[in-house]
Ligand binder design. Sequence first.
Ligand SMILES: Cc1cc2nc3c(=O)[nH]c(=O)nc-3n(C[C@H](O)[C@H](O)[C@H](O)COP(=O)(O)OP(=O)(O)OC[C@H]3O[C@@H](n4cnc5c(N)ncnc54)[C@H](O)[C@@H]3O)c2cc1C
Ligand code: FES
Length: 308
Amino acid sequence: MAAQEYKLKGLTSLSISPGSKQEIEVEGIEGGKVLLVNAGGHIQALGSKCTHYGAPMVKGVLTGNGRLTCPWHGACFNARTGDIEAAPGLDALPTFKLTERDGAVYVTGEEAAIKSSRRRPNFACSAGATTKFEGNVVIVGGGSGALGAVEALREKGYDAGITIISNEGYLPIDRPKLSKALIADAGKLAWREKSWFDAGSVRWVDGEVNNVDFSARTVSTKSGGSFNYSKLILATGGTARVLPLQGFKVLGNIFTLRNAHDVKKINDAIGDKGKKIVIIGRLWTESSASRSAPPCKRRTRARGSSST
Ligand SMILES: Cc1cc2nc3c(=O)[nH]c(=O)nc-3n(C[C@H](O)[C@H](O)[C@H](O)COP(=O)(O)OP(=O)(O)OC[C@H]3O[C@@H](n4cnc5c(N)ncnc54)[C@H](O)[C@@H]3O)c2cc1C
Ligand code: FES
C-alpha cells in the first residue's frame, strides 16, 4: 500500500516543546493515532502504541538523549528513528514524515503502519544467493537474544548462512507472557512463525549443544550433530535458581517458571480452582502469575525464576 498524506486532527502548527510528547488523532483513519515527540529540538511523528503489548507511548518517558521508554514493561525506542533499543519489545515503531502547511499539520505514511504502530525488520533473504558475506553464523540458544541477533544481522544486510540450535523444543517465545497469563501453548507465545525464519533463510535445529571446539570452530550436539561456524553467538540465556533448602530436594509440587514446559506443569498442578499457592520471588513474575492463577484453596508451591 502506498504512503499517503493525512491531516492531524486539531493541530494548527508544530509547536511542542523540547522533551514533551503528544498523541494526536489522524483524520481519515478510524482509530488511527500518532505520537509527536520533541527530542532535543527535533520533532518526530511515531507510532503511538508500544510494539510489545500496545501500551500508549504518550504515557512513557522521553529522556533528554532521545530515548522513549514504554510505561508498562520498559521497552525502549529511539525517538528519532523509532528503532527498538531495549527488550521486551521486538519490533520498531514506525516513523512518519511531518508537514506543516496553511495552518494545519500532516503526516505521510501507510494506513497499515499508522494503525498497527509497528515496523518489522527487513528480514527476507536468500542466503548464499549473493556473495556479500562469507562463512556462516551459528547461534546456540533459541530465546529473544537469538531472535534479536538474527533479525539485526539480516536487517544490516548479512546474507550468508545462519543456524540457530535450541533445546527448548519450540521457536523463540515472548517469555514475559509465561507469567503474565500462564500460557503453556508455545504457538501462542511465539514471537515469529516458522515461515518468518524460512523467509530469512535461517536454519532451525532442535538440539542440545554439549560441546564447542573453538580451534576447529565446530559446535556439537548431544544427538551427534556437528556444525561448523565462522562466527559463534552464545545466547543460552539464564536458568531458574532453586533455593538451597532441603525441602526443595525432597518435596513435590515445587516449580520454577522459565519456559512453556514449566507453565504446563504449574497449570496441571493448580487444576481448575481451589489450590493454595505460595510464590517465592518478587516484582513482575510474582504479581502477574498470581493474577493469572484461578481462585485458590488447596496447597501448591511455585517459585518464580525471574525478577521481571
Ligand atoms: C516468567 C518470566 C517473565 C519475564 N518478564 C519480563 C518482562 O516483563 N520484561 C523483561 O524485560 N523481561 C522479562 N523476562 C526476562 C526475559 O524473558 C529474558 O531477559 C529473556 O528471555 C532473555 O533472553 P535470552 O535469549 O538471553 O535467554 P533465554 O530467553 O533464556 O533463551 C536462552 C535459550 O537458550 C536455550 N539453551 C540453553 N542452553 C542450551 C544448549 N546447551 N543448547 C541449546 N540451547 C540451549 C534455552 O533453552 C533457551 O531457549 C521474563 C522472564 C521470565 C522467565
Ligand atoms: S507494552 Fe511496552 S514493553 Fe510491554
